[in-house]
Design a binder for this molecule. Structure first.
Ligand SMILES: Nc1ncnc2c1ncn2[C@@H]1O[C@H](COP(=O)(O)OP(=O)(O)O)[C@@H](O)[C@H]1O
Ligand SMILES: [Mg+2]
Length: 309
């Protein structure tokens, strides 16, 4: 397989500027972002609220058109109808016709993707079972909770067995058990050879699942790469916790080292062995005690806070 066939989603300098009607106000929601998603990857699309994730996904799925730039999915200009048949899309707030049942809605989505008959009936039940909503599949959608709607939307995205999933905040509205179930579905899809692209602001889910991430900030990519490399190369630091800290020394640590008081203890992050030693020696000299000194590495959350906010 060539490199090119290995890339299933390629985004090239994509931009979207919204113009507010009847005014000159412009919102540059997405500002020339580029990234590639490889076959078989779980790709996390991160960023704080308003950073342009949903706008990007809407451009990829044809709900809005880009101001400039382009994207390809499976090597073809996105979003074209034949390409979209190979994509399963879960919108941020899945709109499910309120007077249908989950079974009817998922069946409809299957039909729109060319499925028919007994195969579709069987597949609909099987997929509703898999997303954990079979027990409610004949209730009217308007009576479902946010989490149940989310699951129905996920079933609709999966019914036609797409090769790639584009999921906008798939864990939102779900409790920890529901989030685990969605993570398991994502893992099963990838094991079956599919590619999963999803947006999220729940960093622990992303850290657990993703091979690669791209972090947006105000419509621009600020971090991208393999998650293992991002976490592996981040600076190491030592978290020192002191107790019985005299006031003067506590104030010094707070102003000069960004230390945080936490109950009776003071916590300070220090880089480098020499600095660690200097702080501990100073602490002993002024009569404070060392509670702990722990080597830490940056987490995805640290990177996110440092680069995306
Ligand atoms: N239809 C629209 N008209 C005007 N501004 C919009 C529209 N949709 C989104 N925006 C703005 O674009 C920015 C990015 O929004 P969005 O893509 O929804 O971010 P995210 O999904 O990362 O939270 C925000 O400032 C938002 O207010
Ligand atoms: Mg969004």
């Amino acid at each position: 397989m060539s490199m090119k066939e290995d890339i299933v989603l390629s985004v090239d300098k994509l931009s979207k500027t919204f113009k507010k009607p009847f005014s000159r106000v412009k919102v540059e929601a997405v500002r020339g972002i580029s990234f590639d998603v490889k076959r078989g990857d779980i790709f996390g699309f991160l960023g704080p609220n308003g950073s342009g994730k949903t706008t990007t996904i809407k451009m990829l799925t044809g709900l809005i058109s880009p101001t400039s730039g382009s994207a390809t999915i499976f090597g073809e200009q996105a979003p074209s109808p034949p390409v979209m048949r190979r994509v399963g899309f879960l919108p941020e707030n899945p709109y499910v016709y309120p007077y249908l049942t989950p079974r009817e809605f998922v069946d409809l989505c299957g039909r729109l993707n060319g499925m028919r008959g007994a195969d579709l009936r069987k597949r609909t039940e099987q997929i509703l079972e898999r997303v954990g909503i079979a027990y409610a599949m004949d209730r009217a959608v308007r009576a479902l909770s946010k989490g149940m709607l989310q699951r129905t939307g996920l079933a609709a995205a999966l019914v036609h067995e797409p090769d790639m999933l584009l999921l906008d905040e798939p864990m939102s509205g779900l409790d920890p058990v529901g989030r685990k179930e969605v993570r398991d579905i994502i893992l099963e899809e990838v094991r079956a050879g599919k590619t999963v692209f999803f947006s999220s602001h729940i960093l622990s889910d992303v850290e657990m699942l993703c091979d690669r991430v791209c972090i947006l900030r105000k419509g621009e990519v600020v971090v991208s790469g393999a998650i293992r490399e991002l976490l592996g190369t981040g600076p190491r630091y030592c978290e020192i916790t002191l107790v019985d800290v005299p006031d003067a020394f506590r104030r010094e640590l707070e102003t000069e080292r960004g230390a945080k008081a936490s109950g009776a203890s003071v916590v300070v992050d220090v880089e480098g062995d020499a600095e660690v030693r200097a702080i501990i020696e100073r602490a002993w000299a002024v009569g404070a005690r060392l509670d702990s000194a722990v080597q830490k590495r940056e987490t995805l959350e640290d990177i996110f806070v440092r680069r995306a906010l």
